[in-house]
Design a protein around this ligand. Structure first.
Ligand SMILES: Cc1ncc(COP(=O)(O)O)c(C=O)c1O
Length: 402
């Protein structure tokens, strides 16, 4: 069989762009309002609609100009500065960068080989009473973490759980693979743990050009003692922090940042939210088309062992990760897809965080994560990518392996 070379490059992802007319109508409203930033009407509307979509109260959500600053300010507001925080190395650097930037120390625990999310059983031995200030699991590729396992640790040791849910937009609590749904604990993936962060970067299935949001429980116990008591809800504190911690015309109550979402971002977010069901359905079809080719192929090595497998799909089909039998196979497929087929897959997450200089102190401590990072590849998926092209990409992979 001959490999298909695409004339125009197929990138690993492409942002959904709403019809220009729809975006222009929103711009006309912004022009009329003459309000571009500082919690304007579009941002307020986006927050309200997101709260409805995520099934959380409007008082428990805050929007930011990107997910990284949302995490940074969320960690800070939860008082993690100066403590150890147990997290996963199998994630994007932002999860840990945001910890380092507020003066917390990331401690890495290994992942579950099925979900690729932080494993609570690996976390527990690393908890140091009085020193460990939080656990930060990541819903990797949209796979739901062992929420009940983390809830038990949180309860037992009295420490908060903050989810990096950057990949999990569109996933419901009921999609949790580990346990029966417990709506008394939370009714939405966004309401699990003490806080969750969603990224609205354009590489994500849902976006607002750039952007992010925090959803949180309003439990005053965990808040930073350095914050002024004028800000007496977590939402008010986060609103202050995202605006330099300027609380009123005459008060600056802490060292905040400039992390406000602007009106154009919120408009894009509102347009994308209207389309969310189609965006999710399209990705499901893409996953199915990959599965049709890859799962049915018997790609075996000389010893009869498998050479490629599609990882279990997450409820939002945010990514299409495949695992190869070895680092060498992954590298060959990645390179040949690029050079021979004009297809740009991504080695996500590789290198592992603990291979990067700021986290090299933990190199070698998480063997499962190291192994997965060396063999995983995420394949192109985005709204508009046709099923025939997807099947051709999958066939190309089988051809490279043949
Ligand atoms: C797991 C994870 N955490 C955090 C981030 C940071 O989000 P943002 O790009 O919106 O700053 C990303 C994505 O970029 C991510 O994939």
């Amino acid at each position: 069989m001959i490999m298909k070379r695409f004339e125009t490059p197929i990138l690993v992802t492409r942002p959904y762009l709403p019809p220009l007319e729809e975006f222009k109508r929103g711009c006309e409203e912004i022009w009329r309002n003459q309000w571009l930033t500082n919690n304007g009407p579009m941002v307020q509307r986006f927050a309200a609609e997101l709260a409805r979509y995520l099934n959380v109260p409007e008082t428990n959500i805050a929007l930011f100009n990107n997910g990284t600053l949302a995490l940074e300010l969320g960690y800070y507001a939860m008082g993690l500065t100066g403590g150890e925080v147990i997290t996963t190395p199998f994630t994007f650097v932002a999860t840990s960068h945001a910890l380092k930037r507020i003066g917390a120390i990331p401690v890495f625990a290994d992942i579950d080989p099925e979900t690729l999310c932080l494993d609570p059983k690996k976390v527990e031995p690393l908890i140091k009473p009085g020193i460990t200030k939080a656990i930060v699991p990541v819903h990797v590729y949209g796979h739901v973490c062992d929420i009940d396992g983390f809830a038990r640790l949180s309860e037992k040791y009295g420490i908060p759980v903050i989810y990096d849910a950057a990949h999990a937009f569109g996933v419901n609590r009921e999609d949790c693979v580990h346990s029966t749904p417990t709506p008394s604990i939370c009714t939405s993936i966004a309401a699990c743990g003490d806080m969750s962060m969603f990224s609205f970067h354009p590489t994500k299935l849902f976006h607002s050009c750039e952007g992010g949001c925090l959803v949180f429980k309003d439990d005053i116990d965990h808040h930073s003692p350095t914050l002024n008591s004028n800000s007496n809800s977590l939402q008010a504190r986060l609103f202050d922090l995202r605006n330099f911690a300027i609380h009123s015309e005459t008060e600056c109550v802490d060292v905040g940042s400039n992390a406000k979402m602007n009106e154009l971002q919120a408009l894009m977010g509102l347009c994308c939210l209207r389309k969310i069901e189609d965006l999710l359905t399209w990705r499901q079809k893409i996953y199915d088309a990959y599965a049709e080719v890859i799962n049915q192929a018997e790609v075996k090595g000389r010893g009869g062992e498998w050479r490629v497998k599609l990882l279990q799909q997450s409820a939002n089909h945010a990514y299409v990760p495949v695992l190869f039998d070895s680092f060498a196979t992954r590298e060959k497929v990645y390179t040949e897809l690029k050079e021979k087929c004009n297809v740009f897959s991504r080695r996500y997450f590789y290198p592992l965080l603990t291979d990067f200089a700021p986290y090299a102190y933990a190199k070698g401590t998480c063997p499962i994560a190291e192994d997965i990072a060396s063999r995983v590849l995420t394949l192109p998926t985005y709204y508009g990518l046709g099923s025939a092209d997807v099947r051709a990409i999958a066939q190309n992979i089988l051809e490279i392996l043949a």
